[in-house]
Design a protein around this ligand. Sequence first.
Ligand SMILES: [Fe+2]
Ligand SMILES: [Fe+2]
Length: 160
Amino acid sequence: MPYDRMLADLFRDEDRARNMASRLMQLAQASPAEAARERLQLAEFIHGPMDKHMSYEERFIFPQLARRGLGEELQVAEKHHASIRQYADKLQAATAEQAPQLIFETARLLLHHTNFECDYIYPELTHKEWIALMKESAEQESGPSGPFGPGSSDAASRRP
Ligand SMILES: [Fe+2]
Ligand SMILES: [Fe+2]
C-alpha cells in the first residue's frame, strides 16, 4: 500500500479546496453573475470529494489528535465541517439572486477552514506519524470504498 501516495492525496485535497475557495471568493466579488453559475458545482464539490475528505478526517485523523490533547482545535474544525455541509445545502436551494453572496460566504469558510487545519491541526503530526496513520486507516477501511479507493470521485484521474 503506497502510504506516501495516500498522504499526498490527502494534502492534494486540501490544496484543491483552498484553490477553489480563493478563486470563487474573487469571482464572487469581481463578477457575481459568473459566480452564480458555479453554485451547483460548488455544492457538488462539498457534497462529494470535500465530504469524503472531511469524513476521513473525522474518522481517522481527529481521533488520533484528540488523544494528543488537541480538543479545542478539533471542536473548531468539526464546527467548520458542519457549517460547510450546511452551506452546501443552502447553495443547492439558493435562488440566482442569493447565489453570489452565498458562494462568497461558503468559499470564505472553506478557505478559513483549510488555513486553520494547515496552521493548527496538520502540523501536529510528524511525517512518520502521518505514515503510521495512513497505514492504520487503510487497515481499518473495509474494501475498495475508502476515501482513496476506486470509488473516490477523482481517483481515476489521479492514476497515471
Ligand atoms: Fe482538511
Ligand atoms: Fe477539515
